[in-house]
Design a protein around this ligand. Structure first.
Ligand SMILES: Cc1cc2nc3c(=O)[nH]c(=O)nc-3n(C[C@H](O)[C@H](O)[C@H](O)COP(=O)(O)OP(=O)(O)OC[C@H]3O[C@@H](n4cnc5c(N)ncnc54)[C@H](O)[C@@H]3O)c2cc1C
Length: 406
């Protein structure tokens, strides 16, 4: 088959790589509008579950990704200077550019052709392709022209900007800072030994009030550096990636589609679905789409049968993440509803932000009625009534008790 893949992001690169490795007889070309090594967006987070899937699918690229991944541990919520240990976890960050470099090199080694500086805005530009995999991201042009796909797009109400900084956050940090126009916060995590991602988010009214619309990028970064001075420790924010692309303030958009394929065009990655950055899953889902689509094409002889099976499989699998994403995005759109409760309660509610129930009842009632952590109910209640030191003392007593028993 002649397969054209439009878009050289994680979905397009990984799909092409896997299919070529497994079925080298296919002629696979990726059309990427950008230059080699150029990408929008700073760095992304992922967890061991993604690394495990990468190892199963292609151990060689997985080993390179695992080696280059920057480990961070634990999560901190900082509300106006009060820091709360928000979660005990271990994850990884990586610059998008590095991830794409690894995948592109590996795909080319496997025999995939990548044509950079080649924009494809219509399937009609690819008359010879038997199959077109639209991996052209959230603004997919191929999706827009495929009438059978029927896209739904829900814009979020918050503004965000995807920045970098040379301050290394080895703990995932969510600083919330109160300004004269309302709360502004960031999602900050290390992506290598010398830099971090720093996504800044706020409500539209706050954004209007702070006057970001009328500012140049340099002015905007200067204001944000002042707002987050305590967290940045004198480090600058970076709004321009090494390739010269400028970060922009935008609203997140939730994309869903009634169908994932139409004729010879099939969607994968952000073209098929988006999930809010606060659940850190978009890259994982794009990679999983690639694994599933390559697997189905390998298994089923008839392409339409493979595409149908791929759509059903992925639709079902991503449902939970899509719901989590929607509730998490809404939670961040309602920060003022929760932040007045004080840092400890706020952090506990943030941990449970994917709950469909929380927006429907009073935050206080939710806090006191539902577990806000994965701890046993007694420990959870103790933490809420008496705070983390009491939980520590309880832990020591349990240890002494079990030693005495042995
Ligand atoms: C602020 C922010 C933070 C995020 N953080 C995380 C995170 O921590 N963890 C995580 O897992 N995910 C994260 N994501 C989501 C993740 O970036 C995306 O889900 C993922 O990149 C999707 O991969 P993709 O290949 O589908 O699309 P993309 O990565 O968007 O790639 C699409 C490619 O197609 C190319 N293209 C577009 N149109 C055309 C055209 N007409 N012709 C040719 N080429 C074209 C583009 O240049 C681009 O290279 C974040 C997203 C945002 C916005």
């Amino acid at each position: 088959m002649k397969i054209a893949c439009v878009g050289g992001g994680p979905a397009g690169l990984y799909f092409s790589l896997l299919l070529k490795l497994r079925q080298p007889q296919h002629e696979i070309t990726i059309y990427e509008r950008g230059a080699p090594g150029v990408t929008r967006g700073w760095g992304v987070v992922f967890w061991n579950d993604l690394l495990d899937q990468l190892r199963d699918a292609d151990p060689e690229s997985a080993a390179q990704i695992a080696q280059a991944a920057f480990p961070w541990s634990n999560e901190i919520v900082d509300v106006g200077g009060t820091q709360i240990l928000h979660g005990v976890s271990q994850g990884y960050g990586m610059k998008r550019r590095l991830l794409l470099d690894i995948l592109a090199r590996r795909a080319e080694q496997a025999g995939v052709r990548i044509e950079y500086h080649h924009e494809v805005t219509s399937a009609a530009q690819l008359p010879d392709a038997d199959l077109i995999v639209a991996c052209d991201g959230v603004n997919s042009r191929l999706r827009a022209e495929a009438s059978g796909i029927q896209t739904d797009e829900q814009p979020g109400t918050n503004k965000y900007i995807w920045l970098g900084t040379e301050k290394v956050f080895s703990t995932f940090t969510f600083p919330f800072v109160h300004t004269s126009s309302g709360w502004v916060w960031a999602h900050a995590y290390g992506v290598d030994a010398g830099s971090s991602t720093f996504i800044v988010e706020c409500a539209q009214e706050t954004w209007d009030g702070l006057g970001f619309a009328a500012m140049s990028q340099a002015e905007c970064l200067a204001v944000l550096e002042k707002i987050f001075a305590a967290q940045l420790d004198g480090h600058q924010l970076i709004g321009t990636s090494p390739d010269g692309l400028n970060a922009q303030w935008v609203n997140f958009r939730t994309i869903t589609n009634n169908r994932w394929y139409d004729g010879r065009v099939v969607l994968a990655g952000d073209a098929a679905h988006t999930t809010h950055f606060s659940v850190g899953s978009g890259t994982r889902l794009a990679i999983e789409d690639a694994i599933a689509l390559a697997g189905r094409l390998q298994r089923d002889e008839e392409v339409p049968v493979a595409l149908g099976a791929y759509e059903r499989e992925r639709r079902e699998t991503i449902l939970r993440t899509q719901l989590a994403s929607r509730y998490s995005a809404q939670w961040f759109e309602n920060v003022p509803r929760y932040i007045g409760l004080g840092p400890r309660q706020f952090s506990a509610l943030m941990r449970r932000r994917r709950s469909p129930l929380m927006p429907r009842i009073s935050p206080q009632l939710y806090y006191w009625s539902w577990p806000t952590s994965r701890e046993p109910p007694f420990v959870d209640t103790l933490r809420r009534l008496a705070g983390p030191p009491a939980v520590k003392v309880y832990g020591w007593l349990r240890q002494l008790q079990s030693r005495a028993k042995n």
